[in-house]
Write a protein that binds this ligand. Structure first.
Ligand SMILES: Cc1cc2nc3c(=O)[nH]c(=O)nc-3n(C[C@H](O)[C@H](O)[C@H](O)COP(=O)(O)OP(=O)(O)OC[C@H]3O[C@@H](n4cnc5c(N)ncnc54)[C@H](O)[C@@H]3O)c2cc1C
Length: 661
């Protein structure tokens, strides 16, 4: 284990890293410690070694590793090695408060520490030893055997270092958008090849483990963030893409967004029955139902608060198979759904495509779109599987559908020199966060579907912009990274109240936008300033609302995810409005607040104007006939609703346009 560590960290730096990890997660004196939680330090689980391995894996850019080395040296120079816990905590806070670079570096190490401490499974038991203390039950069922849950989509794997295929249509990316287009076009008799950067996993693989899921089912191991470090970017990367890991909340596109997209961006038919037809068709195929939305504690608290305050609150519909739905297991669906109830593209449109003869290559990252005589000619990519087998993959096809998700689609266009001036611009992220309420009663956030209820009360506060109130997936590692750290004792205390905690979530329909560009190696860089005045006002409005809703639902304490812990206790006597005023005054700037994006949209958008859009109103590139955008990149602006259903409906519409050629 020590060999790779020595590559990037000196022995002294490694020792300082261990001291830092044990400052974030120290041994804490406790009278009653039946599971050893309070006594357990971060290094007892090898967290420092795992972080050092991550730093030496090549996944972290050299300049960042150098910055962290300097940071560790600087901590050592402050006498970190010999200082008691309280002094170390003060040193860490002093660094974070005084130097933005140190704040960024320490925030990253802090996040990794807590992610690993609360998610690393013990190699023998397969369970994390902290789960019992934080009230998380961990995996609930052994996955079925491969015989019980066979993989039913045949995969083409290269025999040699080159694979060349020809097809009518090549689809890049197999998520919510790409899956629908592959299924529809294969069903219409086209010869379709699907290329997917991620691997093929199904119920037999879904072990309900958070870290395994991030490493195998998510883009960049679940650790991507905007270039500013402000917003964590979580995206599925596997056969089925986001639809394999998402929370199956099925919301139809708002009427006012449909009207805006038709009126201002030229998407004809969006405001009327034709688009209803697309929404209805995809809803039917993925089995949208209201019969599998049992409310766990957090979802019930949303409904309780809405009823008490007299605001909108309602159950959601989900794409789930009622015959396979099991609320005891639904709470783990963000790590892949072991029951098979989730009707993502893997179970629906991709299976339809396979049944109609489409070919699939997984573990294949498409590098470039081939353009000949000014129009689509195919794509080139690199195959690299878990065994290290590599091959160049070429698919020659007159129709190319780019559906790699809004973080990657524009990068592929930019690498290929197509898409025009708007390629990568107008990236929307639905900035989101949680506010935690601590109640008297157990909340069982890991039981039932992660999202079963929501409030649309503030969806349209001004000009079609506002936010949704929803709930979140129970993920102990991500919770550990998000809960503020003032001291080791306080963080453990907050985590130990997991059984009685409920998170409510806000997600903003963003008017402002960021951009996807590429670095010298052609990899995407995602900048997102999060500085639009309306978006910030709506985000803060949402923070206040969540605090008020928790108070109304009976929370005894409330906690936001600001770096400087912003906490309310009913027993303290502070009014909720005074607390809200403190929350609104707290900064939202990079590393000062945990902000997330699970919805990425608009970075290769449809529209009429080639200066401000990449593709025409049905998805074909303005500048390159035969290349089509088939994913959430095509949204003209943010949807405001969770985007799966809108992505699928637009893809369904684009598939019809392609088939009609
Ligand atoms: C944890 C989570 C929970 C969510 N919950 C919900 C929800 O409940 N309801 C909802 O409506 N939405 C939800 N979403 C969002 C929703 O899943 C996405 O908006 C939707 O899947 C976007 O579809 P897409 O086709 O644009 O991209 P994706 O579904 O992300 O698919 C893109 C695919 O392209 C592949 N790819 C990328 N680059 C390349 C390349 N160069 N070559 C080949 N393949 C490539 C990726 O690996 C990926 O599989 C959630 C998302 C996440 C991450």
């Amino acid at each position: 284990m020590s060999t790779p560590v020595a590559v990037v960290l000196s022995e002294l730096q490694q020792a300082t890293l261990r001291q830092l990890v044990d400052t974030f997660v120290p041994e804490v004196a406790a009278d009653d410690d039946p599971t050893g939680f309070w006594a357990r330090k971060g290094s007892d689980l090898g967290v420092d070694v795992a972080i050092a391995q991550q730093l030496s894996s090549g996944a972290v850019p050299d300049d960042q590793v150098e910055g962290l080395r300097q940071l560790l040296d600087a901590l050592h120079a402050q006498g970190f090695a010999d200082a008691p816990q309280e002094v170390r905590e003060a040193i860490v806070h002093g660094f974070m408060d005084s130097d933005p670079a140190a704040l960024g570096g320490l925030s990253g190490l802090r996040a990794l520490t807590f992610l690993l401490f609360y998610a690393i499974p013990d190699p023998n038991s397969g369970r994390n030893p902290n789960w019992e203390a934080i009230g998380y039950p961990g995996p609930q069922a052994a996955p079925p055997s491969p015989e019980e849950a066979p993989k039913t989509i045949p995969i083409t794997r290269p025999d040699t270092t080159d694979l060349t295929l020809t097809a009518d249509v090549v689809v890049v990316g197999s998520g919510s958008g790409g899956g629908v287009i592959a299924g529809k076009l294969a069903g219409a008799g086209k010869d379709v090849v699907v290329l997917e950067a991620g691997g093929y996993y199904n119920e037999a693989d879904f072990n309900q483990l958070e870290l395994w899921a991030y490493q195998n089912l998510y883009r960049a191991g679940g650790l991507a963030q905007t270039a500013e470090g402000q917003i964590a970017l979580m995206t599925g990367a596997n056969l089925g893409g986001g639809s394999t890991v998402n929370w199956t909340n099925c919301l139809r596109t708002y009427d006012w967004v449909r009207e805006e997209w038709e009126r201002e961006h030229g998407l004809e038919g969006l405001a009327g029955p034709d688009y209803d037809r697309h929404l209805d068709a995809v809803s039917a195929r993925i089995g949208v139902t209201d019969t599998c939305s049992d409310a766990n504690g957090p979802n019930q608290r949303v409904l309780d608060a809405a009823a008490k305050l007299g605001i909108d609150g309602r159950p959601i519909t989900r794409n789930a198979d009622p015959d396979k739905y099991d609320p005891e297991l639904a709470g783990y669906m963000g790590f892949g759904d072991v029951t098979g109830a989730k009707l993502g593209t893997l179970k629906t449109y991709l299976q339809d495509a396979a049944d109609a003869g489409a070919r699939f290559v997984v573990d294949c990252r498409v590098e470039r779109v081939l353009v000949e005589h000014g129009r689509a000619a195919g794509v080139e990519g690199t195959y690299l599987d878990a065994d290290g087998r590599a091959a160049c993959v070429t698919v020659r096809a007159p129709t190319v559908v780019v559906a790699a998700g809004a973080l990657d689609t524009p990068a592929l266009l930019l690498r290929s020199g197509i898409g025009g001036p708007a390629a990568g611009d107008y990236l929307r992220l639905h900035p989101a966060t949680a506010v935690i309420g601590i109640y008297d009663e157990p909340q069982k956030g890991w039981w039932g579907a992660p999202q079963a209820a929501l409030s649309m009360e503030y969806a349209n506060l001004r000009d079609g912009y506002g936010y949704l109130v929803e709930t979140s997936h129970a993920s102990p590692g991500v919770t550990g990274t998000s809960v503020p750290w003032e001291s080791g004792r306080q963080h453990k205390t907050d985590m130990a109240r997991g059984p009685i905690s409920a998170a409510m979530v806000l997600l903003v329909r963003d008017r402002g936008h960021g951009r996807v560009s590429i670095d010298a190696a052609g990899n995407p860089v995602h900048t997102y300033p999060f500085d639009d005045a309306l978006d910030l006002a709506n985000f803060r409005h949402g923070l206040r609302t969540l605090a008020v809703m928790h108070e109304a639902a009976g929370a005894q304490e409330i906690l936001t995810l600001h770096r400087k812990r912003t906490h309310w206790a009913r027993a303290g006597g502070e009014t909720i409005e005074d607390y809200a005023a403190r929350v609104l005054a707290a900064p939202l700037s990079p590393f000062e607040h945990a902000t997330f994006s699970l919805h990425h949209m608009g970075s290769a958008r449809m529209g009429k104007d080639p200066e401000t859009s990449v593709a025409g109103p049905f998805g074909e590139l303005h500048d390159t006939p035969g290349v089509w955008i088939g994913d959430a990149s095509a949204f003209p602006t943010a949807s405001g609703t969770n985007p799966m259903l809108t992505t699928m409906a637009l893809a369904h519409r684009t598939a019809e346009a392609i088939a009609a050629r």
